[in-house]
Design a protein around this ligand. Structure first.
Ligand SMILES: C[S@@+](CC[C@H](N)C(=O)[O-])C[C@H]1O[C@@H](n2cnc3c(N)ncnc32)[C@H](O)[C@@H]1O
Length: 314
């Protein structure tokens, strides 16, 4: 096993972004990358018409956003910042491979910005733009992080965020669990012949919080576009504009196998894992049979919610 394989082990984000996101299918991964590219373009569009000279790509991962910015604006410099050293290294290698070695720097971040804001190495007013794509979502103390974004931005600098809104998925899981528990207590549901709804619930609870208490303490589920709006305003930004995009469409998975193996984020378990490890054979047969039938009929719908925030540092 190579060095790269070892370093991703203790790093769930590197594991997920570099290997796990598409459930092992190259075609699925390519479709996800194309979709991410569209999100990233939308975040960068908000920095026009005056492209920044220096951009902070916060939570850069393997560099999707910053690399696109380096390509799009030949004079820009990018600061790639992330909690995963492995992913930052990949972002740096990719920037170097595209001939931009002199136009980026890497900035390692503490995992918990509430304890250590993480951007201390950046001076006040030192960047023209801060941009994120699905990264602020995973920060526990978002108001503190937004205050740091404001500190490092120069006056007139632009903040552009594109963040997923998972709260509705979690609220649906909570509602389903409550509805089931009103019919009969959880112990009885487990004990008797499994019903489809309770199997669906057990699967869903492995991907999203299914109690209000858990939802409240899960950083990527406990906010919506409205909190992003309020926190951005409270952090002292001006001209705050928020758009929520909701799209329902077919799953990006090219086949049933990829569908069962993919996960929406690194803290979720895949349907395949839940079927194989959590369910008795008759439970697995029931749930997989019904879902597979829906997949074969093309009836599986995936809903995506993205909140875009653009704001100015006064
Ligand atoms: C969904 S990935 C997005 C990566 C990249 N922005 C993209 O668009 O492909 C989330 C990224 O946020 C990083 N991350 C997670 N928690 C973080 C935190 N508390 N502070 C900064 N980055 C964090 C992860 O390491 C990961 O690279």
């Amino acid at each position: 096993m190579g060095e790269a394989a070892d370093t991703t082990r203790a790093d769930p984000w590197a594991q997920w972004l570099l290997r796990g996101r598409g459930g092992g299918s190259a075609e699925h991964e390519a479709r996800i990358e194309a979709r991410v590219g569209r999100f990233v373009d939308r975040v960068l569009d908000a920095l026009e018409p005056e492209p920044p000279r220096c951009l902070l790509d916060f939570g850069c991962g393997s560099g999707a956003l910053g690399l696109r910015a380096l390509q799009r604006w030949p004079d820009i410099r990018v600061v790639f910042a992330d909690t995963s050293p492995r992913l930052m290294r990949v972002a740096g290698e990719r920037a170097t491979a595209m001939g931009a070695a002199a136009r980026f720097r890497l900035l390692g971040l503490a995992v918990e910005p509430a304890v250590a804001p993480g951007l201390q190495e950046l001076a006040d007013a030192s960047v023209d733009a801060v941009a994120t794509r699905s990264a602020l979502a995973y920060v526990t103390d978002k108001p503190a992080m937004l205050a740091e974004f404001r500190r490092v931005l120069r006056p007139g600098g632009v903040l552009s965020l594109g963040e997923p809104v998972f709260r509705d998925d979690a609220l649906a899981a909570c509602a389903q669990r409550r509805a089931l528990e009103q019919v009969e207590p959880p112990a009885q549901i487990q004990a008797r012949q499994p019903q489809l709804l309770s199997l669906l619930q057990r699967w869903r609870s492995q991907q999203f919080p299914d109690t209000e208490a858990e939802l409240a303490r899960t950083p990527h589920c406990n906010y919506s576009e409205r909190e992003l709006f309020a926190w951005t305003l409270q952090a002292g930004f001006a001209q705050v504009h928020v758009e929520l995009h909701i799209d329902a469409g077919p799953s990006l998975a090219p086949d049933w196998d990829s569908f069962t193996r993919h996960t929406p984020h690194p803290f979720a378990r895949s349907l395949r894992e839940v079927l194989d490890h959590d369910f008795r054979p008759e439970e697995r047969a029931l749930l997989e049979g019904v879902l597979r039938e829906n997949w074969d009929r093309g009836a599986m719908v995936s809903v995506e919610r993205m909140a875009y925030v653009r704001a100015l540092r006064p």
